[in-house]
Unconditional design. Structure first.
Length: 357
């Protein structure tokens, strides 16, 4: 750092926080040159590497403002292993930071990295020259990036309690999670690092079940001390969710560190889902029409509803003579054609009230 910046941090040339940011960039560059984790045994080297890294002892105002706690190397390796990435996958990281979570992915079809911090975006373009890098709100990723290809695989570590435009937000992580799952292609996979309170507990069951409505949880992990090297003792959960309906949430596997989970974690690649991701095609309009016709035909007492042009208008023309007979005091009501405006015996069901202008 002294050589790169021409002086010391005491001289104001750089800060300790900047040294941690550049360390993460160097770490990403190193990890991108390695093979992605293929099995649980490959996590051991990531654990050793994480233990050799210095502890983040300094926080900046920007880091606190945007909840910038990058994913530890060993946790990122576990997330990558559980994601089971395919060479044809379109991968999205909605809150990419410096790219540690996706640095071990290996070869994929396309990589999309989203990060709101401009300094981190610049580092992402250096570390991932072939990736698409954007800077929009991850909680509205599907709306703001609606024209981009929808991902088949999402890895995410969202801010837990800060939202863009909201400031402090207890449900920031939930907003990011729900937006990501909506944006994910059907049959795709979402691997998310979430706060400890996000789970099927009695207090949070409604929010959890609503968030998982369009997906099925394949793996649920709880880690207590995996962020110690990054300057916090926060407990996190890791979920592997496939965007398919049905399926009960599995039991949560707990551990104080990643070492405790090595004998318990099993990768859950679904052959049908993997094949679905590899052979994904654009929807066939003809097939969609056939499906709609079959669905309509299945309704009791109805045949398929086919599109057709109207032969004539269902409404009779309005006669101006009747409009002229209406009293100005009765402009608040519309009477059927052919009925006198003064008819008090008109059924209430055919009197339509409108607002006086």
């Amino acid at each position: 750092m002294i050589d790169a910046f021409g002086g010391t941090d005491a001289e104001g040339r750089w800060t300790q926080r900047e040294s941690f940011e550049l360390l993460e960039l160097a770490l990403v560059t190193h990890l991108r040159g390695r093979e992605r984790p293929a099995n649980v045994d490959d996590l051991a080297s990531a654990i050793v590497l994480a233990q050799r890294l210095p502890t983040h002892t300094v926080r900046s105002e920007t880091q606190i403002e945007w909840q910038q706690f990058s994913t530890p190397v060993d946790l990122a390796a576990l997330a990558t292993l559980l994601a089971s990435p395919q060479p044809s996958d379109i991968v999205l990281e909605p809150s990419a930071g410096n790219g540690l979570l996706v640095a071990q992915l290996g070869s994929v079809s396309a990589l999309h990295l989203n990060e709101i911090d401009p300094d981190r975006r610049r580092r992402l373009t250096q570390a991932f020259p072939d990736a698409v890098v954007t800077g929009v709100d991850g909680a509205a990723i599907g709306t703001l990036l609606g024209q981009s290809p929808r991902p088949t695989l999402i890895l995410m570590n969202p801010p837990f309690s800060r939202s863009l435009g909201r400031g402090a937000d207890d449900y920031a992580a939930v907003r990011h999670f729900q937006a990501a799952l909506r944006h994910l292609q059907p049959g795709g996979r979402l691997v998310a690092i979430m706060p400890d309170w996000f789970g099927p507990s009695a207090r949070m069951r409604d929010i959890f079940e609503t968030s998982m409505r369009s997906g099925t949880v394949r793996t649920s992990l709880r880690l207590e001390k995996c962020y110690t090297r990054h300057g916090t003792s926060i407990t996190v959960r890791l979920f592997v969710v496939d965007k398919v309906a049905g399926g009960a949430t599995p039991a949560t596997i707990q551990g104080s560190s990643l070492d405790d989970l090595l004998d318990s974690v099993t990768v859950t690649p679904d052959a049908r889902l993997a094949n679905h991701r590899r052979n994904r095609q654009s929807p066939d309009p003809q097939a969609s029409r056939c499906f709609a016709q079959r669905a309509a035909a299945s309704l009791p007492g109805r045949g398929p509803i086919m599109p057709r042009s109207a032969t004539r208008s269902c409404q009779s023309p309005i006669r101006s003579s009747m409009l002229q007979r209406l009293s100005p005091s009765r402009r608040g009501c519309i009477f059927p054609i052919g009925q006198a405006a003064s008819s008090s015996s008109m059924p209430a069901s055919i009197r339509l009230r409108w607002w006086n202008r």
